[in-house]
Write a protein that binds this ligand. Structure first.
Ligand code: NAD
Length: 493
C-alpha cells in the first residue's frame, strides 16, 4: 500500500512478471470526480517497466497457451470468486475514483464484472467449430483455434473494472498472455485486485501497467512482441492505434464511441420510453457508448414525449449527500465536464434548438453537469452528430418512419440503437434496417455476457462478451494430414 491521503490508502503497485512493484515513472494525480479532491498519486510505469511487462508476457505465453481450457477455466472462476469476495471494497474504489453512486457500482459494475469472468470460464470449455473432413481425397482437414500471443489491452475510464473484465477474461480464456493498461484516470480498482491476480495466475500471464496513452499506451502498441492490441476508447485513439499497429501488422480489437439513436413511433408506450430514456440516456452521467442520447420522435407522440421526459429528467437525483439518493454521478474530470458544457453551449447558439431542462454546470464541488434535454434538434446539428459522452439527450421530430431510419443510420457511429413501438412487425423491420451492432426493441442498454457487444462503422469492429469475443482473441488454423498410402489403396469400407 502506498499513496495515502489523510484518511485513505490505496494499492498503487503495478503487476509485472508476478511481482508487485511501484511505478518508476512520473506521478499521476488520481481524483475523486465527486469532490474534485486528489485521492492519491500513482506513479506510472517507466519505459523499462513496460518493456519488462511485455517480455514477461512473452515468456509466459508458451506454457499458458498450452494449458487446457479446464485449467484456465478454474483460474477464471477463482478470479470471479475473489472479486465477489471483495465486491464491497472494489465497488467503494469505483465509486471514489469515478464518482459513481456506491450502490450502483456495487449492484451493477461488480455483478457484471463477476459474471463476465464466470461466463468466459464456461464458454472456453464448450466451444464449437467447423467439421473436420476429407475435402481433398487422401487428406483430412481440421481446424484449430489457437491463442494469438501477447495482447496489450487498453481500457477507458467509464467502467474501470468491468472494462478490465471484458478485456482480460476472454483474452486469458483463449490462452493469450496480457499487458493490461487501465485509464490513467481510474487505476484504483484494478490495482487493488493486482495482489490477488498475482496469486491466482502464473507469473507473467497478466501484467498491469499504469500510465498515460501517449507514454505507456503508445509503447505497448508499437512493441514488436505485442501481437494484438485491444482498445476500448475514443475514435481518435483507435485511429492512432491502427497507425502504430500497422508497422508490425498487429491484430486489433477496437471498441470505440457511440451515438445511439432511439426511434420512438407514435404507437410506443410513452411511459416506458420516458422511464427508459430517463434511466439509460443518463446512466453513468451519460458516459456510456450505448447511452440513449439521440431521440427521433414521431410527430404524434413528440410533444407529449418532450414534456414528460423533460419533467422526468429534471427529477434525476445527483450530488446529494446520501449516496443511496443519487441516481447519477459527475463527469470524470473538469475537462470532460467543460467539453460537455461547450457542446451544449454551441447547440443552444442555434435558434431552432430549445432547452427543455438542464444545460448548466452544477454549482458546488465536483465535476457535475445538469442532466440536459434539448428539443428541436435537426439531423445536421453537431449535437445530433457527435458523441458528447455526458448527460445530454437530444430530440428530433420525424413524420415518416423511413426518414427516422435514414437519419438514425446517417451517423459515423454504429454501436447501439433502439426502436420503441407497440407493433412488433414494425419493430423487426426497423431493427433489420438499422446499421448498428445492437438494436433493442422497446428497451435500451441491456447487456448480457452471452451476447456480443460491438460496433460497425467508426464505432470499431471488436466484439466484447459472448463466444464471439473468444474468437476475436484467437486465430483459426488449418491442420491437414495426408493419409497413408495403404489407406489410399484399401479404403476401410
Ligand atoms: P480514450 O481513447 O481517451 O482513452 C482510452 C484508453 O486509451 C486510455 O487507457 C488511454 O490512456 C489510452 N490511450 C490514449 N491515447 C493512446 C495512444 N496514443 N496509444 C495507446 N493508448 C492510448 O477514451 P476515454 O476518454 O478513456 O473513454 C471514452 C471513450 O471510450 C468514448 O469515446 C467512448 O464512447 C468509448 N467507449 C467505448 C465503449 C465500447 O464498448 N464501444 C465502451 C466504453 C467507452
Amino acid at each position: 500500500m502506498a499513496g495515502t491521503t489523510t484518511s485513505m490508502s490505496f494499492c498503487s503497485e503495478l503487476l509485472i512478471d508476478g511481482q508487485l512493484l511501484a511505478g518508476a515513472g512520473a506521478d499521476e494525480a488520481i481524483l475523486n470526480p465527486a469532490s474534485g479532491e486528489v485521492l492519491t498519486q500513482i506513479a506510472e510505469a517507466s519505459s523499462e517497466q513496460v518493456e519488462a511487462a511485455i517480455l514477461a508476457a512473452h515468456r509466459a505465453f508458451p506454457s499458458w497457451s498450452r494449458t487446457t481450457p479446464q485449467q484456465r477455466s478454474l483460474i477464471l472462476l477463482g478470479i470471479a470468486d475473489a472479486i465477489e469476495g471483495r465486491a464491497d471494497q472494489l465497488a467503494g474504489l469505483e465509486a471514489l475514483n469515478c464518482g459513481k453512486p456506491l450502490h450502483l457500482a456495487r449492484q451493477d459494475d461488480l455483478s457484471a464484472t463477476v459474471d463476465v469472468f464466470r461466463f468466459f470460464a464456461g464458454a472456453v470449455r464448450c466451444q464449437t467449430g467447423q467439421l473436420s473432413g476429407e475435402y481433398l481425397p487422401g487428406y483430412t482437414s481440421m481446424v484449430r483455434r489457437d491463442p494469438i500471443g501477447v495482447v496489450a489491452s487498453i481500457a477507458p475510464w467509464n467502467y474501470p473494472l468491468m472494462m478490465a473484465a471484458w478485456k482480460i477474461a476472454p483474452a486469458l480464456a483463449a490462452g493469450n498472455t496480457l499487458v493490461f493498461k487501465p485509464s490513467e484516470h481510474t487505476p484504483l480498482s484494478i490495482l487493488a485486485l493486482a495482489p490477488v491476480l498475482a496469486e491466482l495466475l502464473p507469473r507473467g500471464v497478466l501484467n498491469i501497467v499504469c500510465g498515460g496513452g501517449e507514454s505507456v499506451g503508445s509503447h505497448l502498441v508499437s512493441h514488436p512482441r505485442v501481437r494484438m492490441v485491444s482498445l476500448t476508447g475514443d475514435i481518435v485513439t483507435g485511429q492512432k492505434i491502427l497507425q502504430a499497429a500497422a508497422k508490425t501488422l498487429k491484430r486489433t480489437h477496437l471498441e470505440l464511441g457511440g451515438k445511439a439513436p432511439v426511434i420512438v413511433c407514435n404507437d410506443a408506450d410513452l411511459q416506458a420510453v420516458v422511464e427508459g430514456v430517463r434511466s439509460y440516456g443518463y446512466y453513468n452521467a451519460g458516459q456510456d457508448c450505448t447511452a440513449a442520447c439521440r431521440i427521433y420522435a414521431q410527430t404524434g407522440i413528440h410533444d407529449r414525449l418532450v414534456a414528460e421526459l423533460g419533467d422526468a429528467v429534471s427529477s434525476l437525483r445527483f450530488a446529494r449527500k446520501t449516496d443511496a439518493d443519487n441516481e447519477i454521478g459527475p463527469l470524470i474530470s473538469a475537462r470532460q465536464r467543460d467539453r460537455v458544457a461547450s457542446f451544449v453551449e454551441r447547440a443552444l447558439g442555434q435558434p431552432h434548438i430549445e432547452r427543455v431542462t438542464g444545460a448548466a454546470v452544477h454549482s458546488g464541488p465536483g465535476f457535475y453537469y445538469q442532466p440536459t434535454l434539448l428539443a428541436g434538434c435537426k439531423q445536421g446539428d453537431e449535437i445530433v452528430q457527435r458523441e458528447v459522452f455526458g448527460p445530454v439527450v437530444t430530440v428530433t421530430r420525424f413524420d415518416e418512419l423511413a426518414q427516422a431510419v435514414d437519419w438514425a443510420n446517417d451517423s459515423e457511429y454504429g454501436l447501439a440503437s433502439s426502436v420503441w413501438t407497440g407493433n412488433l412487425d414494425k419493430a423487426m423491420q426497423v431493427a433489420a434496417r438499422l446499421q448498428y451492432g445492437c438494436t433493442w426493441i422497446n428497451s435500451h442498454f441491456m447487456l448480457v455476457s452471452e451476447m456480443p457487444h460491438g460496433g460497425l462503422k467508426r464505432s470499431g469492429y471488436g466484439k466484447d462478451l459472448s463466444s464471439d469475443s473468444l474468437q476475436d482473441y484467437s486465430v483459426v488454423r488449418h491442420i491437414m494430414a495426408r493419409h497413408g498410402q495403404q489407406l489410399d489403396r484399401q479404403p476401410l469400407d
